[in-house]
Design a protein. Sequence first.
Length: 287
Amino acid sequence: MSGYIPTLEQIDELHHKIAPSKEAYELVHTHCVIVATIAQQIARRQNALFTRRCTLPKDAPEWGDRAAQHNADDGTLETVATPLAGSAASLTGTPDNPTSAAAAPATQPSPTYLVPPTGGVTGGHVPPRLIDEHLVLIGGLLHDIGTYRVFKHDGTDGEPLKFSGKKYILHGLKGYEYLLSEGVDESIAQFCRNHTGVGLTREDVIAQDLPLPPADYVPVNLEQEVVMYADKFHSKSVPPKFLQVDAYTARAARYGEANKRRWLDLVAKYGVPDILLLATKYHMRMI
């Protein structure tokens, strides 16, 4: 370890130091708080699954591929015809006024999970180890700090906040470089570098002709992957909004079937947070 692990107070100082305006700080910092909240909920769910692993039968859906293989062998895995929690099929109403729709028709069978929802998160697979919830919190609070440097209008020119479409893809790398320049440890700075999309590989960078040095920008541990996944449920658009699973599935599909599959694999692996509850709490629209 060559740098320091920032405290919550130091994280806020890092945001204030780089933020060009109060408006920019409120947009970016609020997004980071939301993502950190979702990431901690997911980490807590993962740890609950890990703790319960010794009591789960081998065909429990929480085992993921192992349960699916067992089901294929003897047909014992029970499913019910209900839409996946948090999917577009499970909700109705407008994005600005979402309402629960328990009576909505089912679209596809989903597993009957033996471990009840944890902190609003349903589903997910048993992880290989416990996840560091505090590290997830720190990473979530800092993951998008580089976006302060990719504004086209940053709140200082009298124009509404607007990100630069051409520069935005650089925000992860810029955040990584900023944190390193401030003496933050590499392990924390990597949360910035490795969270864009569902993981940018060197092949992605080259194939999409992205303005990034050809390299892998993918999570290197479970904590980084949890933050990357949580980030997909909230957008810093002006005004900001929450996204359900189906909404981001459509976004992921724009970059090809492999990208869409990566996203859906993450959904299966980490489960689905209660986005409706969060959207209501923050008074933001949801798509």
